[in-house]
Design a protein around this ligand. Structure first.
Ligand SMILES: [Zn+2]
Length: 226
């Protein structure tokens, strides 16, 4: 498709990134709209800047959505529309790696859809989804929700389900996951990284039995025997 330009999914820790989160009118990436977008810029593992705006979705916010995030029609009536908000977010983000929780299946779909609608433009930033990263680093956890990961690491949860609060939690969770990746606990069988590209390795089944394969496949084809 013309204008389609999609960044690569990375399964590793990076120390320069922008963590972002959306609140929306619902879960459908076809029919729902963004009502808040927030982001935190991190440089060398340290918080450098924050971005947050409510968004007027130009339609009523369903009660179900307001009940989750507390955002109501009257709160967004004087807010920018998403074309203005997404433009400001993309200016803030530049070409940094995007980080977020469940962004591969949710948040990125919204911003890709709307960047395509507004400007016929793809989102070319590479990205790290902390949901599969957490699953690989902490295989024994019962729930991989952001709030559960935060409580696992003893991170104070405030403003959960508002975009900036979730970004702050997600940023700290990502730094903890980064430490798991840098200092793996081999007895837990986790967070083993590819010596060629630094992304997580995963156990795979092949024709000749099990082996370790890089999650960067097909860009990285590194494998190792189990
Ligand atoms: Zn690799």
């Amino acid at each position: 498709m013309i204008g389609e330009n999609v960044g690569k999914k990375l399964n590793k820790y990076v120390e320069d990134y922008v963590v972002f989160d959306l609140e929306t009118t619902g879960v459908s990436t076809k029919s729902d709209e963004v009502i808040e977008i927030s982001a935190i810029k991190v440089s060398s593992g340290r918080v450098a800047d924050e971005f947050s705006t409510l968004v007027n979705p130009l339609r009523p916010i369903p009660y179900q959505a307001s009940r989750v995030n507390g955002i109501t029609d009257s709160m967004v009536k004087n807010s920018p529309d998403f074309k203005a908000a997404l433009g400001a977010f993309l200016d803030f983000t530049g070409n940094q790696v995007l980080v977020g929780h469940n962004i591969h299946t949710f948040d990125l779909k919204f911003i890709r859809r709307d960047a395509m609608n507004f400007w016929n433009m793809g989102i070319a930033n590479d990205y790290v989804d902390t949901l599969p990263l957490a699953r690989a680093c902490l295989p024994k956890l019962k729930s991989y929700s952001l709030t559960n990961l935060a409580s696992h690491y003893g991170i104070r949860v405030s403003d959960a389900h508002r975009a900036l609060g979730d970004c702050r939690m997600n940023q700290q969770v990502f730094e903890h996951l980064g430490r798991e990746i840098k200092n793996p606990a081999p007895e837990a069988g986790t967070a083993f990284t590819c010596p060629q590209c630094g992304q997580l390795m995963q156990r795979r089944k092949g024709r000749f039995g099990e082996f370790w394969g890089c999650t960067g496949f097909p860009d990285c084809r590194y494998t190792q025997n189990v």
